[in-house]
Write a protein that binds this ligand. Structure first.
Ligand SMILES: [Cu+2]
Length: 119
């Protein structure tokens, strides 16, 4: 009798632990995403990383230059960001290599481009 109660308690505790672990895992996964800081100057981008995990990626853009710039990756483009201003661009990317550019005329050819690796 005593052993049966003990066994039931152990099973219940294990089940509860699994439920908690499952919920915690799901929450962590859902909230997961990567932030990449992007500094824009004439005429280049400086990214805080060149390689990110696939999924939701938020680019935090900071224009530290003297001209307006934007940031385009995988067909998505940020607003035009004025000197001294900031902006964000959120995209969902699968594994692969993605070219990013500034779409202001001439800027990409002057050096405002690069490649982000998504793994
Ligand atoms: Cu630009």
């Amino acid at each position: 009798m005593r052993i049966r109660v003990l066994a039931r308690t152990v099973v219940a505790t294990l089940a509860l632990a699994l439920v908690i672990a499952g919920v915690a895992g799901a929450t962590t996964h859902a909230a997961k995403g990567t932030t990449v800081n992007v500094k824009m100057t004439e005429f280049k981008f400086a990214l805080s990383t060149s390689k990110v995990a696939a999924g939701s990626i938020t680019f935090k853009l900071k224009n530290a230059g003297h001209l307006a710039h934007d940031f385009k990756i995988n067909g998505k483009k940020s607003a035009l960001i004025q000197p001294g201003k900031s902006g964000t661009l959120k995209v969902i990317l699968k594994k692969g290599s993605y070219k990013y550019i500034c779409t202001v005329a001439g800027h990409a050819s002057f050096g405002m481009h690069g490649t982000l690796r998504v793994t």
